[in-house]
Design a protein around this ligand. Structure first.
Ligand code: AMP
Length: 369
């Protein structure tokens, strides 16, 4: 086991296994291209080791070049892939073989196919060392791959976790038994967002606030924002199917997280069940649901106060606030029983100083195994 940026990884593939796969791909490609002079195009940064070893196993004349793409991980529901180092010159009429370290959802691959479709290459093919066939949802059929691997975050042999780990000779996978996934539960104004801000630092967790994701999308006028806007303005819940698929997206965008704080999700029984099923499919689970308790009168005062600074329309009008409480009582409060049945429900007094409340939450989290 190794630790990088406070996250545990365990050995997954040895250098010998990796090199055997690289050699296999090189031999397959060599058999097909021995009469041509192909150009191998490595995708930086992750593929540099693969490209290096691949070329050592490739016995015939060839050229090598690189492209660099950056996949932006933000709050948007569609990842934006940006070109940082463009296609090489003089590829007109040539045979291009792209060398990728790993293909997962296919987002980067789609961009590569798009970039190379706009050039006058004679033909291009894709060779990837690792291939997550379970999560790949692109249309392009991968021409060559070294190994099919499960949907776990991996590092080493060129692949990084927050830029570290690229120099490892073996490949390691994230150790998900060391994850902590928490649901912060409570009425609007209970302090979920504030506390999540502290807990995510303390425990190195990724904070997903569904309300924040919706507000970000409304601000940027995305399709998701347009869908959510009318519901949010009235203090009603956004429909489950929209919210659930958005939440899944947010989790999938962070395959390297060492745990999540779900803030404002789940808010309905359907969401709670969808979350359990989704996490199970990834070998993950919720460890605890922690409720911040406070009475309505305190909460209304807090929300109206917050509304003065935040400008949130749903915080500025008492009738909208009451509507949010009604939605909570009707749809969200019953989840207490759902999590009690799983022995995961913990209740914490949400009144007091911010530090005192963080301390109460920390006590609960430190008892989790
Ligand atoms: P919040 O910031 O958590 O108070 O959420 C603000 C608003 O976003 C809510 O009143 C809902 O309209 C919407 N919203 C946030 N999370 C959810 C969810 N899990 N399900 C449905 N709607 C949600």
């Amino acid at each position: 086991m190794i630790k990088i940026h406070n996250t545990n990884f365990e050995l997954f593939l040895s250098e010998a296994e990796i090199l055997a796969a690289v050699k296999r791909i090189a031999e397959d490609i060599a058999a097909e291209y021995k009469d041509e002079v192909p150009i191998f195009v490595g995708v930086l940064n992750g593929a540099f080791m693969f490209v290096s070893d691949f070329l050592k196993y490739y016995p015939y004349p060839c050229e090598v070049s690189f492209v660099k793409l950056s996949s932006y991980r933000g709050l948007t529901s569609t990842g934006i892939v940006e070109t940082l180092l463009d296609v090489p010159d003089n590829i007109e009429g040539r045979d291009v073989i792209i060398l990728e370290d790993i293909i997962d959802t296919g987002r980067t691959l789609q961009e590569l196919v798009h970039i190379f479709s706009n050039t006058n290459v004679r033909n291009f093919k894709i060779a990837s060392l690792f291939y997550k066939s379970e999560v790949y949802n692109g249309e392009y059929a991968i021409d060559y791959f070294g190994m099919e691997i499960p949907d776990k975050f991996i590092i080493g042999y060129g692949l990084d976790y927050k830029e570290q780990g690229r120099n490892l000779r073996d490949v390691y996978q994230i150790n998900q038994t060391h994850m902590i996934n928490l649901v912060l539960f409570g009425k609007p104004g209970a302090g979920k967002g504030t506390q999540a801000g502290y807990l995510k630092e303390k425990y190195n967790l990724k904070h997903i606030s569904t309300g924040d994701v919706f507000r970000y999308n409304i601000k940027n006028n995305t399709k998701l924002g347009q869908l959510a806007k009318s519901y949010m303005e009235k203090g009603e819940l956004v429909p489950d199917e929209v919210t659930i698929s958005m939440l899944k997206d947010e989790v999938e965008k962070n395959p390297d997280a060492s745990g999540f704080i779900f803030d404002g999700f789940p808010r309905t029984a359907a969401q709670a069940e969808a979350l359990d099923n989704f996490l199970e499919s990834k070998d993950m689970k919720i460890h605890a649901t922690i409720a911040l308790e406070a009475n309505d009168e305190v909460l209304i005062k807090r929300l109206l106060e917050r509304g003065k600074d935040s400008g949130r329309p749903d915080d500025q009008d008492e009738s909208k606030i009451r509507n949010r409480f009604e939605e909570y009582n009707l749809k969200t409060a019953p989840l207490k029983e759902y999590y009690e049945a799983q022995e995961k429900f913990h209740s914490v007094n949400g009144i007091g100083s911010i530090e005192d409340i963080t301390e109460r939450l920390t006590k609960v989290i430190n008892t989790l195994s």
